[in-house]
Ligand binder design. Structure first.
Ligand SMILES: Nc1ncnc2c1ncn2[C@@H]1O[C@H](COP(=O)(O)OP(=O)(O)O)[C@@H](O)[C@H]1O
Ligand SMILES: [Mg+2]
Length: 220
C-alpha cells in the first residue's frame, strides 16, 4: 500500500499524493455531503467526476497539457491522475513574481494562459471554474507552460455566451486575488484573442456580462 500525503482538502473533496504502478499519482476523492439529499448528492458527485475525466482526456487530444487520468473509481468517486511534479499553482507563481517585480515573465506566462484557454474554447470546453488556483505552472527549459486542472464544473458548449462567462469568472477571480493586475489580465485576453475562434464576439460578450453581472446569464 502506497503512503498517502495530503495535498489539499477542499469543500468538495480531498487530494492525496501517492503512487500508481510506480508513478507519481494524485488521488482526488469527492466525498458525500451530508446536507444534500443522498440521491441528488450521488448524481451531482458522479456528474462532476465524469465531466472531470472527460475534459481532462479531451484536453490532451486538443494538445492542452493536463494530468493524465490513470484510473477512475465510480464507486468511491475517486480519480487517480498523474501528479504534476515541479509545478506551482499560478496564484503562488504570480504572488512570488509580483513581489520580485518580475513583470516580463508574468506577462509572457499570462499570454500563454490566455492562449491555452483559447484552445480549450476552440475545443468547446468551458472550464466553469477558471481561477489562478486551477492552473499549474510548469517550468520548461526556457519558458513556463501552464497545466489546466479541476474540470469538475466543466461543460461542453460552443456558445459565445458560455465562453464569455468563462472569461468573466476568471477576470473576477483574477482581479480580486491579484489586485492592480489589470495589465496581466489584458495579456490573458491578448493570448486568448490570438488563437480563439469568434474571439471578437466572445470579448464583446465578456463586456456585456461585466455590465450585467453573471447571474442573469445563468437563468437566461
Ligand atoms: N495533478 C496534480 N498534480 C499536482 N498538484 C495538483 C494536481 N491536481 C491538483 N493539484 C493541487 O491540488 C489543489 C486542488 O486540486 P483541484 O483539482 O483544484 O481540487 P479542488 O476541487 O479541491 O479545488 C490544486 O490547487 C493544486 O495545488
Ligand atoms: Mg481547484
Amino acid at each position: 500500500m502506497a503512503t498517502l500525503q495530503l495535498v489539499s482538502q477542499g469543500a468538495e473533496g480531498r487530494l492525496f499524493e501517492t503512487t500508481f504502478l510506480g508513478k507519481p499519482c494524485l488521488k482526488k476523492e469527492r466525498f458525500k455531503k451530508a446536507y444534500r439529499h443522498p440521491v441528488l448528492d450521488e448524481k451531482l458527485t458522479n456528474k462532476r467526476l465524469t465531466q472531470e475525466c472527460r475534459s481532462l482526456s479531451k484536453c490532451r487530444s486538443l494538445g492542452i497539457r493536463t494530468p493524465t487520468v490513470y484510473y477512475v473509481d465510480h464507486k468511491t468517486n475517486t480519480i487517480y491522475m498523474e501528479y504534476m511534479k515541479h509545478t506551482v499553482v499560478l496564484k503562488d507563481f504570480i504572488d512570488e513574481h509580483v513581489a520580485r517585480g518580475e513583470r516580463t515573465i508574468l506577462e509572457d506566462l499570462c499570454y500563454n494562459v490566455g492562449y491555452t484557454i483559447g484552445l480549450l474554447h476552440n475545443g468547446d470546453i468551458i472550464h466553469g471554474d477558471l481561477t489562478t488556483s486551477n492552473i499549474l505552472v510548469m517550468k520548461r527549459i526556457d519558458k513556463y507552460d501552464c497545466v489546466m486542472i479541476d474540470f469538475g464544473l466543466s461543460i461542453n458548449s460552443s456558445l459565445v455566451e458560455d465562453k464569455g462567462v468563462d472569461l468573466y469568472v476568471l477576470e473576477k477571480a483574477f482581479l480580486s486575488t491579484h489586485p492592480n493586475s489589470q495589465d496581466l489580465f489584458d495579456k490573458i485576453l491578448a493570448g486568448y484573442c490570438s488563437v480563439a475562434r469568434a474571439q471578437k464576439a466572445v470579448v464583446t460578450k465578456l463586456r456585456e456580462v461585466r455590465l450585467r453581472g453573471r447571474k442573469r446569464s445563468m437563468v437566461g
